[in-house]
Design a protein around this ligand. Structure first.
Ligand code: CMC
Length: 393
């Protein structure tokens, strides 16, 4: 064990070489395949970015049209899958439902699970990106006891998702183009973030040559945790608590600084960004605009801004280089659009899906790849003799 370097949380360990996403944590730079995140948000679309991440280049017009039309055409799920939702409790968290049904897709496409067959992999990629919105919308409908709404293939990706969530059989939800665009941009912002916890999970599970549905289900589970994607839900819950407490953000800052209190300021801090998170910057800037657009005046936005200001001028946060991350303001936009709080991490999962697929594909295409199998430093007892139950103290 003397030869093993211990690196808790892999903070200083490179697990792979990657040409997908570039992050410069000191300068707050994020690029997908060399393109600045700011430019992609302005000029591209989520499905185009998905192609870019997975296949390495922006798609030609024909490639993009085919990819989009394939995704649109595969948005339905097998009717039997609805029965799974009947069996889940209504109070279940949608991330639990999503990971379960995504994994169960591997039971429906058994002939296409060969990870070495490019055509089968393409179909799996299309099915995943397409069906994740339908399955996520079903999870929401289940939780509020409403009938499921089928996809409408005449709508773009984000609009179709909102239609399935918010339409009811007696009334179609009218999607405002500006809101659909805002959601599409949020998906782009979440689409990849190099070797984060869920991407690493996908790579690790994939390294055993498990099928892609299984790998993505594992990624969804990793994302669910409050220190990762689950933080977006926790941020809003924290802001609501502050509101209930009369807006006393100082009390929450004090709790976050208290080392005997496990509470952390949710939506603050990042393993790589030590100056600012460029995604948070973009989201904060669009927050006011989107809320104005929808005509929402959310008091939580004011609380969030006050909390951010107070934290940034506090020695504890400044000395540890803790800044708002992607999750700090995204929930305020989701809330304004009408998404319930427990769906926020599902939105993150939909956005992150192309990144997971890209990381999985890159891992498999590496000719030198090995099964992920870290070592350990054993700290348990040395060899000892078994004691019969009656002689144990
Ligand atoms: N509130 C209070 N203290 C914090 C926070 C926070 N949000 N984040 C880090 N710290 C402190 C931490 O206690 C430690 O202090 P000390 O040096 O005195 O022991 C120091 O800052 C370094 O923290 P760390 O835990 O070693 O940093 P990490 O790189 O292991 O963790 C993190 C990164 C994101 C898990 C952490 O900052 C955190 O828990 N943040 C809150 C949860 C959150 O917002 N997560 C979303 C991350 S971005 C999107 C995503 O990945 O999904």
């Amino acid at each position: 064990s003397g030869l093993i370097a211990l690196d808790e949380g892999f903070a200083n360990t490179g697990g792979c070489q990657s040409s997908i996403t570039f992050i410069n944590g000191e300068e707050g730079i994020l690029r997908y395949r060399g393109y600045a995140i700011e430019e992609l948000c302005q000029k591209s679309s989520f499905l185009e970015v998905a192609w870019l991440l997975i296949y390495g280049e922006l798609p030609s017009k024909d490639q993009r049209d085919k990819f989009v039309s394939d995704i649109v055409r595969h948005s339905m799920v097998d009717e039997d899958i609805r029965k799974f939702y009947e069996a889940f409790p209504r109070t279940a968290h949608p991330m639990a439902l999503l990971s379960s049904v995504i994994c169960s897709l591997s039971t429906y496409y058994q002939d296409e699970l060969d990870i070495n067959d490019e055509d089968a992999v393409y179909m799996t990629i299309v099915r995943l990106i397409s069906k994740i919105t339908t399955l996520a919308a079903y999870a929401y409908k289940k939780s509020i006891g409403q009938p499921f709404v089928y996809p409408d293939n005449s709508l773009d990706y984000a609009s179709n998702f909102m239609h399935m969530l918010f339409s009811v059989p007696c009334e179609s939800y009218e999607v405002q183009p500006a809101i659909a665009k805002a959601l599409d941009q949020l998906f782009i912002l979440h689409a990849d973030h190099e070797q984060n916890c869920s991407a690493t999970t996908v790579r690790v599970v994939g390294s055993s040559e498990a099928n892609l549905f299984a790998c993505i289900a594992a990624g969804i589970c990793a994302l669910w945790g409050p220190l990762h994607g689950g933080a977006n839900q926790k941020v809003i819950e924290m802001l609501m608590n502050i509101q209930r407490d009369g807006g006393d953000s100082q009390k929450y800052l004090a709790k976050a600084k208290d080392k005997s209190d496990p509470f952390r300021l949710m939506g603050f801090g990042h393993r790589v960004y030590k100056n600012f998170d460029p995604r948070a910057k973009i989201i904060k800037a669009s927050c006011d605009e989107i809320l104005n657009n929808i005509g929402v005046n959310d008091p939580l936005l004011k609380i969030a801004k006050e909390l951010e200001e107070a934290a940034l001028s506090d020695e504890y946060f400044a000395s540890r280089k803790l800044y708002p991350n992607v999750d700090f303001y995204s929930g305020i936009i989701y809330r304004a659009i009408g998404f319930p709080t427990n769906m926020f991490t599902v939105l993150f999962a939909i956005g992150r899906l192309p990144g997971w697929i890209a990381q999985w594909r890159e891992m498999l295409k590496n000719p030198g790849r090995k099964i992920a199998r870290p070592r350990q430093i054993y700290t348990g007892p040395n060899l000892r003799e078994f004691v019969d139950a009656e002689n144990r103290t």
